[in-house]
Design a protein around this ligand. Structure first.
Ligand code: HEM
Length: 453
């Protein structure tokens, strides 16, 4: 081989780069203002793979089922979730989840699986119904509510009941809401790059975590001293053992509960809010859902089995997941060079996939900008055209462990709401709010309700 051809074959193709942006900061402002606009522009211009500069980091964006697959299948030592999500460590705690090795993290998440077994989900179904009925009873006969606020309140009640237990739920105080709020205040773009800066919001976050451990430790101590047990995630973690036989410390247990709370509460609230908003915007789909409610739940107790039979409602939840995924993008730190379709992506930067962009690819989802829950109906099943086509719950080794629990919540919430109330949207337009990590509708997002009976 001649020297020139050797040099050429050694020169590896790097992904095309999105032009524009500022020195060093790159596209940071545009990304902050309209991330999906930016990512979509990149895909329209270059296809499955491109890169852009974001505050000094080179971000490689992969979209489309094939590129998503490459991202999800890469091992942790190549594309690392742990390194990308370090900003969650001050909340989850030392030695927990992203502060542990991938092996220990997966052992820790494995402790949670018994809490997600069939018979437990069956029990949670009852808890969720009780919470939803009590919550919507407090609405009175008619009025207006901010749907996102309502879904957030209700899912905090559900999460505290199912995750931390009845004692905690019964004594739920405004202190918990304040602590939760302070922890959430520690999640932002700044925390992504510098999670330990001495800022007031980060100090409040750290103080809130200390108090949270105290509150949950009190319940653990009470249960141990009275010999009481609960049907909740806390109980599962109290009885769990590491491979070497050691039990989890109170700090470990609280850390894992916070991991689940942060992974599952806000995301479920947002999916519930979008499911309702999209349905009310396309009310022609409501009669089939109401008919199914009558047929499946008319005379039956709400059970896990009955909830599974709500397939029409399920399609509208999936369509909300497709059009308005709560987590619009997922990140990994590139620890080892990565290849995709002849492109070479060097270690050091970030890799990103985006459900919000991948879910609008017309080759997979026909008329992707149209609301069409029937695209998931038997015979069409557009999400099955490719393995990583619908990815609102991620994929591969870090795929969500709480999807069934999340769907269960959204199904119960909308079953109770639609059976009890006539609902209508107050505004013309409901757009996503990209200023938050979990992308809900911009507020206020008001809904008007009137009790049916
Ligand atoms: C609508 C609600 C939810 C959505 C949209 C959602 C979405 C996701 C996504 C996209 C991931 C992958 C993250 C990544 O690869 O970087 C994930 C992971 C995870 N989710 Fe969920 N989730 C939801 C509800 C829940 C619930 C209710 C729980 C727990 C009770 C939960 C627990 C987790 C955990 C522990 C992980 C990390 C798995 C790992 O890294 O191995 N999620 N979720």
């Amino acid at each position: 081989m001649s020297t020139t051809s050797t040099i050429i074959s050694n020169l590896k193709r790097t992904p095309p780069v999105l032009r524009g942006g500022l020195p060093y900061l790159g596209h940071a402002f545009e990304f902050h203002r309209d991330p999906i606009g930016l990512l979509q522009r990149g895909r329209d211009q270059f296809g499955d793979i491109f890169s852009f500069l974001l505050a000094g980091s080179q971000v490689t964006v992969l979209t489309g089922p094939k590129a998503n697959e490459a991202f999800f299948r890469a091992p942790d030592h190549q594309l690392s979730a742990k390194e990308a999500y370090q900003f969650m460590v001050p909340i989850f705690g030392a030695g927990i989840a992203y502060d542990a090795s991938p092996e220990i993290m997966s052992e820790q998440l494995g402790f949670v699986f018994p809490a997600l077994r069939e018979e437990r989900l069956q029990q949670y179904a009852q808890f969720i119904v009780e919470e939803a009925l009590a919550y919507f009873d407090s609405w009175g006969h008619s009025g207006e509510v901010d749907l996102l606020n309502a879904m957030n309140e209700l899912t905090v009640f559900i999460a505290s009941r199912c995750l931390i237990g009845q004692e905690f739920r019964q004594n739920l105080t405004s202190e918990f809401a304040d602590l939760y709020h302070d922890l959430e205040g520690g999640i932002n773009l700044l925390a992504f790059f510098q999670p330990y800066l001495p800022l007031p919001s980060f100090k409040r976050r750290d103080k809130a975590r200390v108090r949270m451990v105290e509150l949950i430790s009190e319940i653990i101590t009470q249960r141990r001293s009275h010999g009481t047990e609960g049907e909740d995630f806390l109980q599962t973690l109290m009885t769990a053992r590491y491979k070497d036989g050691s039990a989890l410390t109170d700090d470990n247990i609280t850390g894992l509960l916070l991991t689940l709370l942060f992974a599952g509460q806000h995301t479920s609230a947002v999916l519930a809010a979008w499911t309702g908003i999209l349905l009310l915007q396309h009310s022609e789909y409501l009669p089939a859902i109401l008919l199914e409610q009558q047929e499946v739940l008319g005379h039956a107790q709400v059970s896990l089995e009955a909830l599974r039979r709500l397939v029409v409602l399920e399609r509208s939840i999936k369509e909300a997941e497709r059009m308005r995924p709560p987590l619009i993008m997922l990140m990994r730190k590139i620890l080892q060079d990565f290849e995709y379709e002849g492109y070479h992506i060097p270690a050091g930067g970030l890799a990103m996939v985006s459900s919000a962009v991948s879910h609008r690819i017309p080759d997979i989802f026909r008329n992707p900008d149209c609301y069409d829950p029937d695209r998931f109906a038997f015979g069409r099943e557009e999400d099955r055209k490719a393995t990583y086509a619908l990815m609102g719950f991620g994929g591969g080794r870090h795929r969500c462990i709480g999807q069934a629990f999340a769907f269960q919540q959204v199904k119960v919430i909308w079953s109770v709401l639609l059976q009890r109330f006539d609902l209508e949207l107050v505004h013309q337009d409901y757009q996503p709010d990209y200023s938050t990590f979990v992308v809900g509708p911009r507020q206020p997002c008001l809904v008007r309700y009137q009790k049916k009976f």
